[in-house]
Design a protein. Sequence first.
Length: 400
Amino acid sequence: MARVLYAAFDVVPSPKGASTHVLAFVAGLVAAGHEVVLATPIAPGQPPRDVTAGAEHHRLGRGGSGNFLLRALAFGEAVDALARERGPFDVYHFRSLWPGVPLVLRGDARSVFEANSLASVEMPFHYPAVRGTATAAKLARFERWLLERSDAVVCVSAVSRAFLEARGARPGRVHLIPNGVDTGLFAATPLPPRDAGREPVALYVGTLADWQGLGTLLDAMPSVRSRVPLRLRIVGRGRQRQRKELLRRVRHLGLEAHVALEPAVPHEAVPALIAQADVCVAPLSLDERNVVQGCCPLKVLEYMSCGRPVVASGLPVVRELVRDGEALFVPPGAPDALAAALCRVAEDGDLAARLARRAADRARHAFTWSRAQERLRSLYAGLPAAPGTATGSDAPPAPE
């Protein structure tokens, strides 16, 4: 069995899907007998050292909400120091370039790059001023170097695999492990009764990031309300800018009485939210993050597992999870089509029940965390005997 340093620049635990993914992977490695040391950023209200999912958990770096790059670089330096203090390790497992570059430069352990998202793609969405700058280009160069040097690369969708191979990852080293769902926690429940006088509820759970398509969802609501008295709940965390923009749009559309923008809840509380919903929504937008980099929307799997009809953008990353007849697909960025689909589900109880049943069956049989953990354990069993066997330059890109 291996000693593993698992480094994630994600707060754990938290309501975000990244936290759910980290916890599932760490638990799977621990259950397989690996000794795991988990490194995540320090966060308010969380102890600097803990035991999480059976792993020795260190929270490192700078707290607060200051400059993102400074915090990310400080985290990478702290992880490097932890590797020196708690080593030797057999495997460095990391989810971003921030800890990945210093760990791979050490050259004393095999490397697993869990490349579910790349900073060069996602940072411009959160920080628009970064788009098209030398900083974004520099991040992309470091990511290419890391993809070339890692002994194994993990991704969550076929779209992501093609993107990462184009960015420098060797095809034979890229392992597709889709997200999963805890079918015990996210158990199917009956759809709410269609009582006279009760307003049906549409639910979105997740981040408020621009790529989620929430503007399109809000734009669809006036048309929906003209046909059915559907209420919308948006539950999730986001930056202050994103929340303000959504609230401004709600007011502009006159939806204050019909749309609730609610704070995120702990992951274990999400099933109760879904149980109150008549239909769940994933209106992903048509952009580089969803279409080029790819993703594996965890919310879709959790909606499905809970036995809720799903209305989602018909992007390839969604169609990898759910098929025709198991959800209603709409073109991304098309509020009229989205409104029509929501109304169909709200008006047709038989359709809603059929979609819910089929989606729940597919989630339970094809997308569980136990299945994802099995694939991760298989990846670890096939790692090379020595570190640094991938091809590529030994030195990272020089600063410019």
